[in-house]
Design a protein around this ligand. Structure first.
Ligand code: ZN
Length: 135
């Protein structure tokens, strides 16, 4: 259980590097660094970058899922961005990673928009015990 005032989300909103060479490898590295510092509770909208979803390969997803499990970082399933992919969520689920349901509301109209997230979790048979809870 996490107290609401203690919930810290980590996210890559802006690309911090000067180049997009090896984008997916560098993005994976950024996420792993964020997770491995042990300072966040939730990895927000993973794979959403430059206004779209980027496709990571299975090895990259497994690295992120394993680190998230080891550092007890939940993976946000983000309705407004429709990320991460079903394959990403499946791999995280297989690794035992917890999930968070989020809207990533950058506009007030998006607050509470979680239908896509709920539908994906139901489709994959992921239930309450795999979702972090606030007290
Ligand atoms: Zn965001």
């Amino acid at each position: 259980m996490i107290k609401p005032s203690e919930l810290i989300l980590g996210v890559v909103h802006r690309w911090p590097l000067k180049t997009t060479t090896n984008l997916k490898e560098n993005y994976t590295h950024l996420l792993l660094n964020m997770i491995n510092k042990g300072q966040i509770n939730v990895l927000a909208h993973p794979t959403y970058l430059f206004g779209k979803q980027i496709e990571l390969n299975e090895e990259q997803i497994k690295k992120i899922a394993t680190a998230a499990f080891e550092y007890n970082v939940a993976i946000e399933i983000t309705s407004t961005k429709r990320v991460p992919s079903e394959d990403f969520v499946k791999i995280c689920y297989q690794k035992g990673t917890k999930f968070s349901i989020g809207s990533d509301a950058h506009r007030k109209e998006d607050i509470g928009e979680i239908d896509w997230s709920i539908n994906l979790l139901e489709k994959l048979g992921i239930n309450d015990k795999n979702i972090i809870k606030l007290i």
